[in-house]
Design a protein around this ligand. Structure first.
Ligand code: ARG
Length: 461
């Protein structure tokens, strides 16, 4: 038998394989709540504008609410033959309320319907992401505040560079996740337009009120161009782009946690609840959550590339290709939610080994720049010459196998006679970080200032 929704011009039904490639109900059932909400708003507008009767409206509303509970109670029977969530709901509505159901699809197409459902879903996901990012930022702020003065090595090329504070390092991630959060807010602003009423592609001859449905569904306003409306999946691409950028931040942080938690570094200790053991090596405690956060970033990048590739060659307006938008977004959303939750939990429960960080901070001649700066400031050497003098001191310390601050004054004076013992405090890591008090620098006072700044901004929403 042919399809009950569009079978009029067909003599026979689709081949089984046609049904299989065509059906999206396996994944777009996720949109059931948005689909029913969209239909309720559409029906109310049809009644208000006199396009359907109050009686038909009431039947439709009753039927849709029944379907909503059936789905939520797990009693709804989804059918592949009915292709997608839209037709599954509408067919059931016909079972429940008879001919009134057939009036719901007046002045509407599945093209504007799916665009509406999907926008609603992506908007809600963006709101979830916004909240989850806030939770992660709060955890980072708490750690930054507690460790505003905890010194650790700062790296470039993963080689010891200059001492920094762990609080400063945490605040670097606060900046990244706050940018992600503002990208989320921007995306919500941009997608906040309602597709409903664009119909198939050209709009409709019925006297619909698109402002009314837009408002009822919580959108700021209706979209302006019906052709763009049913062709546009930018909002999905934006979500995926934001997810991919955020995932790469999470992945970099995860990578650092993997490094920090090695016995060789020993900077942090993961809680038992956020690590795993080995079935053969009893001593192991593995940072699997961090590794999986790092790995799942690849999936999200794949989701983004998949949808970009689907969209890139499509002529206006709707093509069935666009049905492939959903799995990428659902997968990325589920993955990102999990990554954010895992990172938040893992980081909150992670122990920081202050002594190990401090010890490492002083290794690798990390205060060599401080010596050079001292020579500039106190002796009046040009920086390039100070750099050279310091290089010789470093070479000597390496040769002796001792840290810079342990070199006898006489040896330092042999390199440059103007050096005095006033240089030694400068070579201490605590003094080094304290001195980097430029705006945005690693000095504990600066870190605390940035923590206060973000706490205040976060309180605003
Ligand atoms: N399941 C379809 C999708 O997800 C709904 C829109 C179908 N529209 C159409 N003209 N066949 O894109």
């Amino acid at each position: 038998t042919s399809n009950q929704m569009w079978g009029g011009r067909f003599a026979s039904g689709p081949a089984a394989i046609m049904e299989a490639i065509n059906a999206s109900i396996g994944f777009d059932r996720k949109l059931y709540a948005q689909d029913i909400r969209g239909s309720l708003a559409h029906a109310a507008m049809l009644r208000e504008t006199g396009i359907i009767s109050a009686d038909d409206h009431d039947k439709i509303v009753h039927g849709l609410n029944t379907i909503l509970s059936e789905i939520e109670d797990g009693k709804f029977e989804f059918s592949t033959r009915l292709e997608d969530i839209h037709m599954n709901v509408e067919a059931r509505l016909a079972d429940l309320v008879g001919p009134a159901a057939g009036r719901l699809h007046t002045a509407r197409s599945r093209n504007d319907q799916v665009a509406t459902d999907f926008r609603l879903w992506v908007k809600e996901e963006l709101q979830r992401t916004h909240a989850a990012l806030k939770g992660l930022i709060e955890v980072l702020l708490a750690k930054a505040e507690a460790h505003a003065a905890t010194v650790m090595p700062g790296f470039t090329h993963l080689q010891t560079a200059q001492p920094v504070t762990f609080g400063h390092h945490c605040m670097a991630y606060v900046e990244m996740f706050a940018r992600d959060r503002s990208r989320v807010a921007d995306a919500i602003e941009r997608l906040d337009e309602c597709p409903l009423g664009a119909a198939a592609l050209a709009g409709t001859g019925y006297p619909i009120d698109r402002h009314m449905t837009a408002k009822a569904l919580g959108f700021r306003e209706p979209t302006r161009n019906s052709m763009d409306t049913v062709s546009d999946r930018d909002f999905a691409l934006e979500f995926l782009s934001i997810a991919a950028i955020c995932a790469s931040h999470l992945s970099r942080m995860a990578e650092e946690i993997v490094i920090w938690s090695t016995p060789q570094f020993g900077f942090v200790k993961l809680s038992d609840s956020f690590s795993t053991g080995s079935s053969i090596m009893p001593q192991k405690k593995n940072p699997d959550a961090a590794e999986l956060i790092r790995a799942k970033t690849g999936r999200i990048n794949g989701d983004l590339i998949a949808l970009l590739t689907v969209m890139k060659g499509l002529p206006l307006a709707y093509s069935k290709d666009m049905q492939e938008d959903k799995e990428a977004v659902f997968d990325a959303a589920e993955t990102l939610d999990l990554m954010l939750a895992a990172m938040t939990g893992m980081f909150a429960e992670m122990d920081v080994n202050v002594a190990a960080m401090k010890k490492a901070a002083g290794s690798g001649m990390s205060t060599a720049t401080d010596l050079a700066d001292w020579l500039v400031r106190e002796v009046g050497l040009p920086f390039r010459e100070a750099h050279h003098v310091t290089g010789r001191a470093v070479a000597l310390a390496v040769e002796r196998g001792c840290p810079l601050e342990r070199l006898p004054l006489a040896d330092l004076q042999a390199i440059n006679p103007a050096i005095t013992d006033a240089v030694f405090p400068v070579l201490q890591v605590a003094q080094s970080v304290k001195s980097r008090a430029s705006y945005g620098g690693t000095a504990p006072a600066q870190v605390k200032k940035q923590v206060r700044y973000w706490k205040k901004r976060l309180a605003k929403g």
